[in-house]
Design a protein around this ligand. Sequence first.
Ligand SMILES: [Ca+2]
Ligand SMILES: [Ca+2]
Length: 137
Amino acid sequence: MLNRLGAGAAAAAFLLAAAPAFAQQTPTPSGEISRAQGEEMIRSMFGEVDANHDGVVDAAEQKALLDTARSQGAPEVAIAAIQRIFSEGAGADGKVTLATFSKARMAAFDKADANHDGKLSAAEQEASRAAAEKPKS
Ligand SMILES: [Ca+2]
Ligand SMILES: [Ca+2]
């Protein structure tokens, strides 16, 4: 099982990568996130959520993360974002591995990188967040 601190950190990191500007604090003073930083965040977040370290984030581990996020008062839009990034991060066999998850998240990173300079500026993070919060209907 995730311990409280680990789960909390993972939830925070998840929100950061799900829609970067959900997080109040950003890793660099300028608010930019480089591709390398993004990959590192994804890797460390995956490791935290994969509580039994079998290389797959299964349904129980996803639920544990969602429960933690809810108990910390995460808004429904953030919960929905977490659920969405897991469904996007699943491979053809339905399993969420670091490889499939990382691929999906970096695709989202590149999509959010509007000017293709390999970094997400604060403005690009904000635009990505706004898009994520828009209902898809
Ligand atoms: Ca696991
Ligand atoms: Ca950019």
